[in-house]
Design a protein. Structure first.
Length: 105
């Protein structure tokens, strides 16, 4: 799965910091009380609310890989709508396009 060029550069250029970040992410996922699909959908919600669409397609593909449906991805993006407003709409487009793209890939 493709990561953003910014993230790739971070991992290549940050040395031990990048390694530590990767270990943190893995430890959080492995020790989560949430099942893999719920964890992936929650992460999509957080990315959408934070307007971090750069890595959203990657995480949508991860969620789909662990069984998330298109409707679940859509609702994960929209769950933040009451809290952050229409800011999630750009993420909705990115997420659903990524989900649909992986169906034809």
């Amino acid at each position: 799965m493709k990561v953003t060029t910014g993230f790739q550069m971070f991992m290549e250029e940050s040395g031990e910091v990048g390694k530590a970040y990767s270990q943190l992410v893995q430890a959080m996922a492995q020790n989560s009380a949430l099942d893999k699909k719920t964890h992936a959908l929650a992460y999509i919600s957080a990315l959408a609310a934070a307007q971090m669409t750069g890595g959203l397609a990657f995480h949508v593909m991860m969620a789909k890989k662990v069984g998330a449906s298109r409707d679940e991805v859509r609702d994960a993006v929209l769950v933040g709508l009451p809290a952050v407003g229409l800011a999630v709409l750009d993420a909705l487009e990115v997420a659903l396009n990524a989900y649909d793209e992986t169906e034809t890939a």
